[in-house]
Design a binder for this molecule. Sequence first.
Ligand SMILES: *[C@@H]1O[C@H](CO)[C@@H](O)[C@H](O)[C@H]1NC(C)=O
Ligand SMILES: *[C@@H]1O[C@H](CO)[C@@H](O)[C@H](O)[C@H]1NC(C)=O
Ligand SMILES: *[C@@H]1O[C@H](CO)[C@@H](O)[C@H](O)[C@H]1NC(C)=O
Ligand SMILES: *[C@@H]1O[C@H](CO)[C@@H](O)[C@H](O)[C@H]1NC(C)=O
Ligand SMILES: *[C@@H]1O[C@H](CO)[C@@H](O)[C@H](O)[C@H]1NC(C)=O
Ligand SMILES: *[C@@H]1O[C@H](CO)[C@@H](O)[C@H](O)[C@H]1NC(C)=O
Length: 515
Amino acid sequence: MFRACALLCLVVFQVRAIEIDVENVESIKKAASIAAYDMVSYYKGNESGQTPGKLPEPPYYWWESGAMWGALIDYWHYTGDTTYNDITIQGLQFQVGIDKDFNPQNESAEMGNDDQAFWAMAALSAAETNFPNSPNPKDPSWLSLAQAVFNEQTSRWDTTTCGGGLRWQVYQINGYDLKNSISNGCLFNIASRLARYTNDDHYSQWAVKVWEWMERIGLIDQEYNVYDNSEATKLNCTQIDHNQWSYNAATMLMGASTMFNYTNGDPVWRTRTQGLIDAIALAYFPNGIMKDICEQYDKCNTDEHSFKAYLSRWMGQSTQMAPFIYDKSIALLKSSANAAAAQCTGGSSGTKCGLKWFLDGTWDGSDGVGQQMAALEVFQSTLVRYIGAPLTNSTGGTSISNPTAGHNSSAVPPAQRITPPTKGEKAGAWALTAFIAIMAAWACWFMCITAWESDLTGAATAGVFGERRAVVMGGNGKGRAGETGIPLNRWMGGAISVHEEEWGSTRYRRRDHFA
Ligand SMILES: *[C@@H]1O[C@H](CO)[C@@H](O)[C@H](O)[C@H]1NC(C)=O
Ligand SMILES: *[C@@H]1O[C@H](CO)[C@@H](O)[C@H](O)[C@H]1NC(C)=O
Ligand SMILES: *[C@@H]1O[C@H](CO)[C@@H](O)[C@H](O)[C@H]1NC(C)=O
Ligand SMILES: *[C@@H]1O[C@H](CO)[C@@H](O)[C@H](O)[C@H]1NC(C)=O
Ligand SMILES: *[C@@H]1O[C@H](CO)[C@@H](O)[C@H](O)[C@H]1NC(C)=O
Ligand SMILES: *[C@@H]1O[C@H](CO)[C@@H](O)[C@H](O)[C@H]1NC(C)=O
């Protein structure tokens, strides 16, 4: 009876899916609300005893929470649904940290420039849409949070290698030796949007500088492909990791289109914007359905599950900045939204989305914040012609400017400077713990063997002893390798051969040793 019932439920649930008519505003809003609801169901930060602003970690690294708040600000702007505004305001403000710069102490040991940027871009979207301010007047304005991150990141611009560029990591830990497209691309994105919002050319000069550096190093090629990263410390950016990920191209598209708009139609930015959308259409839309390379091989990690959210987000919003790419972008977004909705049949709700939109309406069996965010953003992006363009300081944007926001280490007397724990120290502590564990295991094993050997002393001949010993070594040796050797190797591997993994975006590689 129970089994029959369960089977029936399964059948009933399986015929559910998200229905969407991409020509109908109400239908799109309904689809977005379902995807948003399922996305927020993973968030527990507003329950008592939990940390506001953060998704459960593991599996979700801190940056993705910032990305999710950005998606929810967009959701409100696209649909007018205020359901998640309170948790969004609370979550963003709780994570600003003492310097009001999205580098809170709990996270600073592992802070990447890209991580910080995803939170800043959420705040910037809030400024551009007049998203409600925090009810607490002491909280920093949305605009000032983005300015703080811009100020800090430009102060980290590193000319000691590669003739410039932002490193991936803020502190000297695994990944510090890389200069990657997502970190530089998000600084470019933020700079262009701050230029347009404030009409302050200082920001646009930085946008130009980042683009030109990325092009010079080869992170952007002549066909406007955007590649993942380049090693700075040993190779001085003479080699490029040619993996292509949708979010890298997407953040460049948003920035380039914004510069086109800010410059009132500069043909240089027009060419770049057109080049990027053409390259994106070729690289990420086989048969018109958005796809990242890892999907084909079942290799997407938790971070990568969310990348299509950002391609959807910025393909949609860039059409407001550069209307000449609207037709091309919107056609690809609509076909992808149809494909995405058709496979949202998973989970107990019968509406959870997987990532493989190309599977012709079959859920791929995966679910999570990234998959939900990707579906949400691709649905709502098809509404882009119905919403207002991002505001600016002179078109009704009310967020308060603070051009010197953020931690300015040169303005703080040396005696009062706080050094956040570096990821190096954290990794060092981890290595020490591992070392102690291995030494303890080894000592224990050695003692047992010695005790066992001394039991045998006298009785055993050299031959018998040798044979036993070989058996013990063979059997236990393997077991030990499994227990303690592998984590150590993984950690060493993560630290040393950062750019040798075949399948990684930089995130995949960096995070591998924490996984
Ligand atoms: C947390 O936020 C969600 C979404 O707004 C809401 O449904 C839920 O009731 C909230 N939980 C608490 C404990 O406030
Ligand atoms: C930092 O972590 C502590 C301990 O988990 C928590 O109580 C606190 O709320 C966290 N702060 C932030 C800003 O996340
Ligand atoms: C590193 O690259 C930059 C620009 O790409 C170049 O100006 C500089 O001379 C190079 N440094 C070394 C040590 O080769
Ligand atoms: C800049 O964006 C606005 C708002 O979407 C749009 O009306 C305007 O045409 C854009 N400027 C250019 C040069 O395309
Ligand atoms: C733009 O921002 C500046 C600095 O916050 C402010 O002084 C000015 O009044 C704003 N201009 C407009 C048109 O809102
Ligand atoms: C940081 O502080 C120094 C010294 O007070 C000042 O010259 C500089 O302009 C400040 N930088 C920013 C971005 O506010």
